[in-house]
Design a protein around this ligand. Sequence first.
Ligand SMILES: Nc1ncnc2c1ncn2[C@@H]1O[C@H](COP(=O)(O)OP(=O)(O)OP(=O)(O)O)[C@@H](O)[C@H]1O
Ligand SMILES: [Mg+2]
Length: 249
Amino acid sequence: MSRALLEIQHLDKHFGGLHVLKDINISVAQGEIVGILGPNGAGKTTLFNLITGFIPADEGHVSFRGHSLRKMKSNAIVGLGVARTFQLCRPFVGLTVLENVLVGSLGPRVKSDDLGQRAMDLLDQVGLLAKAHTPSELLSYGDLRRLEIARALATDPELLLLDEPFAGLGSSEIEALSTLIRQLHKEQKLTILLIEHRLREFMQLVSRVVAIDFGEVIAEGSPVDIVNNPRVIEAYIGKQNPLSPSHDA
Ligand SMILES: Nc1ncnc2c1ncn2[C@@H]1O[C@H](COP(=O)(O)OP(=O)(O)OP(=O)(O)O)[C@@H](O)[C@H]1O
Ligand SMILES: [Mg+2]
């Protein structure tokens, strides 16, 4: 069995009296697309914040390629090859789209001789080339989501954490972004952790799902297993099957 790329063991987090993550254990192998599923407030974004060093855990360990991420600052974790996008897009206001991507290129992993061309190639890949010189604050919501991904890719990650990349997008934009995520996985061999509430598209993308409710892992398995799991149906999915074509989440 291959060694895990990302190993999360006994992770625990409180915010004051609120126990937000409870003894979370998740192992992600290289090349997987793992979905994190759960209702609003379940603790999904907090999990990403702990993995990426934005906030410290109370207990437990996260390791990436065998390196403990405990006590590492978020920039150092990016330097190891872990990148994320945010649920709420956060462009560097006052910078153009291209400049935003260039900032992402400044980390230690990027060895290119021509950072400008590399950034333009990334914008081309996410469909933003024509807007390279647009101030980022003028982008539409869908384009901001693409910029988030381009900035994350600019750091040359091995593991990409996507926090609700489809939120607020229309069907055609979601389709285009799903295609991009598949390409990143297949062609660039990225391992991906995906949080998303658009269930049909989510289930079509992921190879495995970890379902969380009230900060606890309540189920883990293939998309088919998860949509038929009674605890997940009760906590989140309801009676409709998101794998059926008629479902519109
Ligand atoms: N920095 C913080 N300080 C205090 N409470 C927080 C903080 N961040 C999150 N919480 C609380 O922790 C719980 C989990 O929040 P989190 O954002 O991780 O949920 P989520 O699963 O990502 O939900 P959603 O699907 O709505 O994005 C919520 O009750 C939230 O209000
Ligand atoms: Mg969230």
